[in-house]
Design a binder for this molecule. Sequence first.
Ligand code: ZN
Length: 299
Amino acid sequence: MRATIIEVAPRDGFQPISPFIPTDEKVALIEAAHAAGLRRIEIGSFVNPAAVPQMRDAAEVLRRTAHLPGLDAQVLVPNARGVALALAAGARHLVYVISASEPHNRSNVRRDVETSIAEYGGAMVGLPEGVRVRLNLATAFDCPFDGRMEEALVLDRLDRILAHRPDVEVGLCDTTGRADPDHVHSLASACLARWGGPTRWVFHGHDTYGLGLANAAAAWRAGIRDFDAAFGGLGGCPFAPGATGNTATEDLVWMLHRMGTRTGIDLPRLLTLANRAAALPGASPGGRVRAALGWKAAA
Ligand code: ZN
């Protein structure tokens, strides 16, 4: 069995960090992730730099990592303007984010969900040949404002989004980290049963409540084979004490390898990278395996 891990620290993990991480350091960390065997990396986002100043060098990071052999660099975009900016910078793999929940979508991208879905549909028309698209459904399980999301509502959102274009990859995002394994198994199973190919499914988990690995395992048992994760468990929100980042890539790799699953990732190299990322000024690192095995990386 094989799983694919999509490294999202350079976007989801870096974006809440202050001070600004120098572009040279971002590029070096992405190069180290590539050297550890990661081939799909979310290298940044094309968002309003006034709202997310950490991502203001996304175009430069994209350009300076383009030489890495076999790298599939994806970038997050929140709207049609982001799509235009990303394409102008040479991006070939877009991650378009829409929230399942109304208040989170308004807070995140300042539009209602219907407007976002219509704008997404418009942006899909006339995309250059060969540009791939992933749709991130944020708050697919839980919303910071509305709480637990009804599965029927989430499936209805996906129905409307996938009507625009079925050949996308969908990220089921546990934005708050409050999903539980039963919930993840239920929604993932429903999605896989309702939409087989050409739609692909990814689980994007956060470890805020310590359920990141349990939720990933539940997604795995439901049949999902692609997972987002962040080296060093980077992430968190400076305005939400106790909030943590994505499930740590090294924790997920450790678990999958223990389960006999191949990932193509070199864990010692990944640990060295995770330790370096965890030491970034202003970072809120997470994960457990780094502490358990950190001595190996240092040796
Ligand atoms: Zn996230």
